[in-house]
Design a protein. Structure first.
Length: 298
């Protein structure tokens, strides 16, 4: 089966319910194979990985071993009885991150929407509200480009571009309830967790690369009203590093060098803001969206 995600045609030995099928020549091959464990004595549930510029190995006890080679080949060696959702969750998360890293593509822990001025990203740690913000803006007419992991490259003209991921949002129950959706009717992302998948319909998902216009770095505070502040390039770089998806995968010197070059290019060109919201639920959510839309008009 041939699927599409992160700008790649993916020929896969397993099914991806999250992804759309496509046609054409494959850029990436996923196959079953035999892989040696990094640490045969690792305790149950342990995570082990090894990285160099062209080879990556990830060992997840109770799930299996995953290999990524030359930014083009993924090998999976999974244990018997592992739930399929656990496999696809690992592939679309850590394994694809390793593959994109080999391709010298930056990945932010961020959601992204299409705006008339370009792509707008909401970056932050888990629970910061990235997916909720993007879903709220989707309900106001903006198209989704990515959720949770946003891939950014530099095009031939030296401009940062966002590579769309796939049409799915990941939402916790509080957000599902806020949008008046049926929590039990939505599919679990992984059978081990309570996050649910909101499938984005074709009309609300934009599947073409587009220039990055602005990045909002999300944070919360107990005592203030929502606000947006400008940040300088030094602070932006510090915050950006905290938002890199699977930063330890960049431990190889060549990969780390490529990241610093592209990250510097990104922040030299793209406007950055700090987006601060009260850490008190979604009572002021619509006002928060109003604030973002007003800022984007400036």
């Amino acid at each position: 089966m041939l699927y599409r995600a992160f700008g790649l045609n993916i020929e896969s030995c397993i099914e991806f319910p999250e992804l759309k099928t496509t046609q054409g020549d494959p850029d990436l091959f996923i196959k079953f194979g035999s892989l040696s464990k990094i640490d045969p004595d690792a305790p149950k549930g342990a995570i082990r990985y090894s990285v160099n510029e062209k080879r990556f190995r990830l060992q997840l006890e109770s799930i299996g071993v995953f290999g990524v080679d030359h930014g083009q080949y993924i090998t999976i060696d999974i244990e018997n009885g592992v739930h399929p959702s656990s496999v696809t969750t690992v592939l679309l998360g850590s394994v694809f991150s390793a593959l994109l890293t080999q391709r010298k593509i930056i990945q932010l822990h961020a959601s992204a929407i299409k705006h008339p001025k370009g792509c707008v990203l909401f970056a932050g740690e888990s629970g910061a509200g990235k997916s909720t913000l993007a879903t709220g803006l989707m309900n106001r007419g903006y198209s989704i480009l990515s959720d949770d992991v946003s891939a950014i490259d530099i095009n031939d003209e030296g401009k940062p571009i966002l590579i769309p991921s796939y049409p799915q949002m990941k939402l916790w129950k509080e957000s599902v309830d806020h949008f008046n959706l049926d929590f039990d009717a939505l599919k679990k992302i992984d059978h081990k967790y309570e996050k649910r998948a909101l499938i984005v319909d074709k009309g609300n998902f934009y599947d073409q690369v587009m220039p990055v216009h602005r990045i909002y770095f999300l944070s919360t505070n107990e005592d203030i009203m929502p606000k947006i502040t400008c940040i300088d390039s030094i602070e932006a770089f510090v915050v950006l590093r905290k938002c890199i998806f699977r930063m330890p995968f960049l431990q190889n010197p060549q990969l780390l060098k490529a990241f610093f070059v592209k990250a510097t290019n990104l922040l030299d060109i793209v406007q950055t803001r700090k987006l601060i919201r009260p850490n008190a639920g979604l009572d002021q959510f619509e006002q928060f969206l109003d604030l973002i839309e007003a800022d984007l008009e400036q």
